[in-house]
Design a protein around this ligand. Sequence first.
Ligand code: ZN
Length: 315
Amino acid sequence: MLLRLAGAILGLFMSGLPAAAADFDDPRRVYLALDEAADAVVECGGGRIRVVFADGARGLDRDRVLAWVRRAATAVTTYFGRFPVDDVGLLVIADGGDRVKTGTTFGFHGSAIRVIVGRDASDDAFARDWVLTHEMVHLALPQMDERFLWLLEGSAVYVEPVARAMAGQIPAEAVWRDALSGMPKGEPEADDRGLDFTPTWGRTYWGGAIFCLLADIAIRQQSEGRHSLRDAFTAINRASGGNTAYWSMEEIIATGDRATGTDALAELYAKMSAVPSPADLPALFAALGVRAEGGAILFDDSAPLAPIRRAITAN
Ligand SMILES: [Zn+2]
């Protein structure tokens, strides 16, 4: 999840509101809390994660939380070749429940992530969590105009499981299980007007992820396996410095395509941005050699795009 707030942050600082609020829904309160001294600092991949436990986050096992932070940071570092920003504040809020509940990433006053964690979350719940990795992927790309939210959410949805698989945290099967079950929700429906003009949940999260999968395949094909979407995203991350920057779609496409020596992003964007352009997922998954059968994920290594499917999760 991403949240953008235009301005107003300085106004709150100057108004002198107390930082000890029980409610951190307001992102300005998140920044105020993160201005406090960190409870812990996690260093990973050249980045510094300042962890603040909101109001002490009583009931949370801090060692367990910090191990989980390090695991998510390791996944995004594996994908991007370094941690995507030099510095981020991570506000951990304790709540009821037995799992990681939700996260939001902000970039308008330094990089910040707010995550809500159930006090009864087990080691297993932390190990299975995808939320924090998703949020850390959001640190990598610059903010963009509202109508391009599908690329920001789609990239996080697409990269999160790939990064965890590359880091050896989940099997490749889990990546494709997500894609098989999730991507059909991202195909255009009857009244679709293309990715830029159809801001539904399905098109924003999964439509954007379909765009990323198609881009990854196209880049690998056009570059004869020398480059991938990872090279494009990594170049955009390095050139922008991450989610405190604000870029146009033209800058994203030009920087990404230059890094891979292809026109893949420009071509796909022209094809999918303003018209429905369904992906024909059944044919795509068949070509990649992946299918679900009785709860299992099965691979066919004789399928034409099987080498690309394997390369996507290889490190
Ligand atoms: Zn998100």
